[in-house]
Write a protein that binds this ligand. Structure first.
Ligand SMILES: [Zn+2]
Ligand SMILES: [Zn+2]
Length: 267
């Protein structure tokens, strides 16, 4: 009973990742710029029929959801889950006066909820003050073992996140910008995102608090102008070496605009 993950796109120009088992598929964020691109992503990467399928939204910044993907999701009949505090903002920012009468929109709140085989725990994170933002810890049982997957992008404070990452099998985490490149190409919005050294520190702390190593960590939401995958990866490697911690898991970076490799979390 396998569990798999793939990033479809991951940058400030669009974010969407997918986690699936044999019966359940969840797509976290759906930041495609057009109905065509959204339909194509589902056709290319999610054509296998599954019993349960849903889109989960972390927050409503337009690199994560917007009018056109909402139209495509309505057309495909795919349910969309959003935190109840983001519902009005979603309508205000992205409905564009259209009623979305056929959109299956469901809300979650503080507590964990189930979609098919996955138990999903929302993790509130600090990001832009006007936009309530959530990461997710997702649990999946197979062969008497529980697997834990954590996905968090778009945040700027990490102390409360360490405990959620501990003992995860797979982590998808933002490593947004390099501090030197930020000086060269200043962007005031970068302060709502994680610089490489902070993500590196967070991963060190989480590894320290874990009884067993992560299987795989993938860095995501990498800025195209203010970062490089190679710099982000190196920063994490260096932090582990400086802390005298073994980097005893596989460390990857999500491509910005193309799909990543498929990560096998459970076989
Ligand atoms: Zn974003
Ligand atoms: Zn955001």
């Amino acid at each position: 009973m396998g569990l798999y993950f793939k990033s479809l796109c991951s940058s400030s120009s669009g974010n969407s990742v997918v986690l699936w088992s044999d019966s359940t598929r969840i797509v976290i964020d759906c930041g495609f710029g057009s109905m065509k691109r959204c339909r194509a992503a589902f056709r290319e990467h999610m054509s296998e029929p599954v019993e349960y399928q849903a889109v989960l939204l972390s927050h409503v910044h337009s690199d994560h959801i917007s009018y056109y993907p909402l139209r495509a999701l309505e057309e495909m009949g795919i349910p969309v889950f959003i935190h109840r505090d983001s519902l009005d903002l979603l309508r205000e920012k992205h409905f564009n006066g259209y009623h979305f009468a056929g959109l299956n929109l469901q809300t979650f709140d503080k507590g964990a909820f189930s979609i098919g085989q996955f138990l999903i725990e929302p993790i509130k994170v600090m990001h832009h003050p006007w936009y309530p933002t959530f990461g997710f810890a997702i649990r999946y049982q197979s062969n008497h073992r529980e697997y834990k997957v954590v996905t968090i992008t778009d945040f700027c404070q990490w102390r409360n996140i360490v405990e959620h990452l501990a003992d995860a099998d797979f982590v998808f985490i933002e490593s947004n910008h390099d501090l030197e490149l930020l000086e060269m190409y200043y962007n005031p919005n970068s302060r709502f995102h994680m610089p490489n050294p902070e993500t590196a520190r967070l991963l060190c702390q989480a590894r320290r608090q874990s009884v067993r190593p992560f299987e795989t960590v993938m860095l995501g939401h990498i800025s195209s102008q203010r970062n490089r995958a190679s710099i982000a990866l190196e920063e994490t490697r260096r932090a582990f070496a400086e802390m005298e911690l073994d980097l005893d898991f596989s460390l990857l970076a999500a491509p910005l605009r193309e799909p990543s490799e498929t990560v096998v979390i459970a076989e």
